[in-house]
Design a protein. Structure first.
Length: 257
């Protein structure tokens, strides 16, 4: 059945009215429930901090591993000619790792490995066993990345991290160590001006990563858990802001968060 011009005009008017009502309803809901839209996802502002510095963090109990404790390799260990090859094999045989520092007395080595993105290398301490001039990786600790803002799931907000926040994240990753050493990795050369409690790192080294450069920093002799305790920062519940302020994490003149 054909509609007359007047009928078509009336139907269009009703449609526009319905659309306006729908838009008003959406606006009312948006005003009543503030939300943060990130990457196409909506998060209630009551639950998602506007800054990564305020994300709740929690780290378990520290390992009581001591120097030499990693000397025994498990049955079926993959023995390799170098520590780097052993660490790479333990990580699934991906891109070869770069050994930044070896701590032979502890049976540990600080290594860097690209984590799938040229701008996001990962750093970790690998425990290893040595036998007849060959090496087998037995575990790892203190794993962190240069940019911890990468999403692990589509529902995670994608934050922009300051270099100080990346350092604080790395310090938190070192809480489980039984040895007094702290380390991390950054893609920001300004990390060379890092201080924690007014103290510069033992060393900062440039390491090639997928055609670029990353910067590994290390405090040899730093007991991170003792620093948390002295600053009143509880490892079972804290934020990066508390770590930055409590431990005095600063990177040159950069605003820490």
């Amino acid at each position: 059945m054909q509609m007359s011009g007047r009928e078509r005009q009336g139907a269009a008017t009703v449609t526009r009215r319905r659309l306006r009502k729908a838009l008003v309803a959406v606006a009312v809901v948006a005003a009543a429930v503030p939300a943060l839209v990130v990457g196409g996802c909506v998060y209630s502002c009551a639950f998602v901090p506007s800054s990564p510095a305020d994300l709740p963090q929690s780290v378990g109990e520290r390992s009581e591993a001591v120097a030499g404790a990693a000397a025994a390799a498990p049955d079926g260990a993959g023995w390799r000619d170098t520590i780097g090859e052993a660490a790479s094999a333990d990580a699934g045989g991906g891109k070869a790792v770069e050994v930044v520092e070896d701590f032979p007395d502890a049976g540990e080595a600080l290594v860097v490995q690209p984590s799938g993105s040229p701008g996001c290398p990962a750093v970790r301490m690998v425990t290893y066993a040595r036998e007849g001039g060959r090496y087998a990786a037995t575990g790892l600790w203190g794993a962190s990345v240069a940019r911890p803002g990468e999403r692990s799931t589509p529902f995670d907000p994608l934050y922009g991290y300051t270099t100080a926040e990346v350092v604080a994240d790395a310090l938190a990753a070192c809480l489980t160590s039984g040895r007094p050493v702290a380390f991390g990795v950054s893609v920001d050369p300004a990390v060379g001006d890092l201080t924690i409690g007014g103290t510069a790192p033992t060393w900062v080294r440039e390491v090639p990563c997928d055609g670029g450069t990353c910067y590994v920093w290390c405090y040899d002799g730093m007991d991170v858990r003792a620093l948390f305790s002295a600053a009143g920062v509880d490892p079972s519940g804290f934020t990066l802001r508390q770590v930055i302020d409590g431990l005095g994490v600063r990177v040159g003149d950069e605003a820490p968060y």
